[in-house]
Design a protein around this ligand. Sequence first.
Ligand code: CS2
Ligand code: MG
Length: 402
Amino acid sequence: MKITKAKVIVCRPGRNFVTLKVLTDEGIFGLGDATLNGREKAVVAYLEEHCIPALIGKDPQNIEDLWQYFYRGAYWKRGPVTMTAIGAIDMALWDIKGKALDTPLYNLLGGKSREQVLVYAHANGQNIRAAVEAAQARMEEGFKAVRVQSGFPGMSHPYGVPGEDEDYEPAQRGLPVTEYWDTSKYLKSVPRLFDKLRAELGDNVHLLHDVHHRCTPSEAALIAKRLEPYDLFWIEDPVSGELQEGLRMIRAQSATPVAIGEVFNSIYDYTTLFTEQLINYFRMPLVHGGGITHLQKVAAFASVYHIRTGFHGATDLSPVNLAASIHFDLAVNNFGIQEYMPHQEVVHEVFTVPYRYQEGVLLLDEVPGIGVDIDEEKAKQYPYQMASLPVNRKSDGTMFYW
Ligand code: CS2
Ligand code: MG
């Protein structure tokens, strides 16, 4: 089998998505997600200028060798743009292999370890009351796990908390807007949020919370300790994680489980975190972490230390990534949980998907490969528009430095 052509499809059904389509001489094609929120065009250029010319004529069946070729062969290893491009190629090659062998991707990853994938939903509110009501609404929809974010007095609109009647979308059109953050207000308010949540929702729901890298290790240790009585499933990104040793401080103070890694892209981002068992869940998604081939190695490394998956699954990752993640989640032994935010309706005009939500879990149809298709004519109706994630300043105007 030979790769004859590969193209990058950029579209904006509600938000920007970048998709790689790899075509072969046997008429089989594969899709990969290449969306890097706010940096879409950098990945497009990396793929079009450097990767696609090198893909033409290669045998798509040799996935491991092609992964090493694009990772090691580039000389410039790692980084989100590079690893997203490699992730898209890798996903497309696994999709081709599944279709060529007429079997679902999960079957190529060792078969099913479970029949369904436990997911967590998002509940956001501009104040504690609204956040509690949003969490109650998710529970009524059947979710068994809910991530709760809230605004607080003096900070009604922190990162990731949409305004009233707005969809969740941290990236805004054009250049980055500036948001402000006050750690001392946050540290006081977040235990009140979870106190209210446990009092009103009871113990029969997993609660999660995302700190969005806004704290220093000692502040994060304080949060983990203050939230301990509320028995969280995890706190996410309590610190940026670039200083891996910083997580020791959180661990020394508290047994609250920690998840990290949605902005990581390399197995080497985890060496201290895994070997010292400083986290409980790793979040690096297939799309930004070099694809299925790399994530299999990361998951195996994590499993040695009792660390489980908790893949990033916000709506800025395309349905191709979500579907591939569900195959991976079904197969891997050390699965933990999958983040799930339904894409807007308009996204499904462009992408047809093999998964469906039901009572707190995602289910997958028996489809060869990843099982997502893209309608290229529809995609053309939704052209790209620049959008950026916000920058973050402290309330006195200083840029955040961690
Ligand atoms: C968030 C994301 O889903 C999450 O856990 O942290 O919303 C993240 O902010 C966006 O994916 C950024 O693109
Ligand atoms: Mg997050």
